[in-house]
Design a protein around this ligand. Structure first.
Ligand code: ATP
Length: 418
């Protein structure tokens, strides 16, 4: 087994060589300080699944801050220690050996966690790697591989996560897991749909009113973070639909609806239109835009939306509701109505309505501007004031609606207006 893992840890298709390099530097530094050093969590899970790893989740038995300091002494970079949590962020030195994305990594001290009450943030205490694995969400995330010295490639798997991986099963570590932290319900569904695994029946029955009720006490920020992670995934529609079927949403906000399955395909953006893309924002727009204005604003408060996100969802909802009144309007009327809305809101409403004017706006109308500028009006002796805006808007509208089609015609119109 150790040999198998050693092979995986050296596979450049799973771990790019610069990350391997970095891991080996950290491991030998930890060894010289007498600290057992491990990669844990998602790293081990994805490695065993034969999938490229993303984050380097590093845990040491010992003082992660001391390890960080000695790495900075030896290799440079910067350290931000968090004494309360016994963790440190190492901002890597910008040398060739460290061309890494992201350019920082977390160094964590193995710890145990206790929950003072359901849904509270845990109290943490430095401890052993075994305790650290016991505080985790699912067996498949509760494995570690040791990296220092002769121990390189040893798997620690106290909860048999490897066999759950083989059985494609998500399983919590103890019956109170979802009560301690109901954000794990979202995480369970995310992994289930991402890997096409099954939430084990013994864990599935723990998604029940007792654990779901704890969601009511959870901060909007924590819940939204989980929803953001979901909308950022390829299979997000399946995840959000599944959460709806488990009746999760009513515990967060009574008006949170089920996700409309027929909207699933829209999450794939067409970037040719030069609309700033965000799967997360688009996910929330598609999910919520058919609600009333009051419900949207109330959910935005509960989930601690940023003002940009609130504006994007609200804007899409207003636009969708006003489409019947705008249909057959002149282009300038459309532009007037659309100009203050986020492009992504307009694009999303286009996807669900296929209203051609929205596409015309995104690809063409929004870029139409008259040749005349404010400066030109000043040169022509116009006193500063609201007339500037009125004249420029009238010229733009004339271009949009086809009443002027050339610079000469624009000049004639300008002369008439002045
Ligand atoms: P991915 O980023 O691919 O979703 P990951 O495993 O890297 O997966 P993170 O959110 O980065 O996920 O968490 C790192 C590890 O921390 C997890 O693998 C898990 O062991 C542990 N963890 C994260 N959130 C929780 C939680 N709410 N309760 C218990 N353990 C958790």
């Amino acid at each position: 087994m150790q040999k198998d893992l050693t092979r995986l840890l050296h596979d450049p298709n799973l771990i790019p060589s610069e990350k391997q390099n970095l891991l080996s530097k950290i491991a030998s530094q930890a060894e010289s300080l007498g600290m057992p050093c491990y990669v844990v969590g998602g790293f081990v899970r994805d490695l065993l699944l034969g999938q490229p790893i993303n984050d380097l989740d590093i845990v040491v038995e010992g003082d992660a801050i001391a390890l960080g300091k000695s790495l900075v002494e030896k290799y440079g970079g910067k350290l931000t220690p968090h004494y309360k949590f016994h963790t440190a962020i190492w901002y890597l030195p910008s040398r060739e050996a460290f061309t890494l994305d992201p350019s920082s990594l977390d160094l964590i001290t193995a710890r145990s966690e206790t929950y003072s009450r359901p849904g509270a943030l845990p109290t943490v205490k430095p401890s052993t790697i075994d305790d650290d694995l016991l505080r985790r969400d699912f067996t498949i995330n509760a494995m570690a591989i040791r990296l220092d010295g002769d121990h390189f490639g040893e798997l620690l798997d106290p909860l048999d996560g490897r066999s759950d991986l083989e059985k494609k099963t998500i399983r919590v570590l103890h019956p109170r897991s979802f009560i301690d932290d109901p954000t794990r319900i979202f995480r369970a569904i995310r992994y289930e749909q991402r890997y096409s695994f099954i939430l084990h029946p013994s864990s599935f029955i723990l998604v029940n009113p007792e654990s779901l009720a704890v969601l009511q006490a959870l901060s909007g920020e924590r819940i939204r973070h989980e929803l953001d992670l979901i909308f950022d995934e390829d299979n997000s529609p399946q995840m959000i639909v599944r959460l709806g079927k488990l009746d999760v949403f009513k515990w967060i906000h009574p008006e949170l609806p089920a996700f409309n399955e027929s909207h699933s395909d829209y999450l794939e953006m067409d970037t040719r239109l030069d609309v700033p893309a965000s799967r997360i924002t688009m996910g929330f727009i598609l999910w919520l835009m058919d609600l009333t204005e009051a419900a949207i604003l109330s959910i935005a408060r509960r989930l601690d939306f940023t003002s940009d996100l609130t504006h994007a969802v609200w804007g899409a909802s207003q636009l969708k509701k006003s489409l019947p009144f705008l249909v057959n309007s002149a282009p300038s009327v459309w532009v007037y109505a659309l100009e203050k809305l986020p492009l992504l809101s307009i694009y999303t409403v286009y996807l669900v309505s296929r209203e051609k004017a929205l596409l015309d706006y995104l690809s063409f109308w929004r870029h139409v501007k008259p040749g005349t500028t404010g400066n030109d009006l000043k040169m022509r002796g116009l006193e500063p004031g609201p007339r500037y805006g009125e004249i420029l808007t009238a010229l733009r509208a004339a271009w949009l609606d086809g009443t002027i089609r050339s610079n000469e015609e624009e000049m004639e119109m300008l002369n008439r207006l002045l």
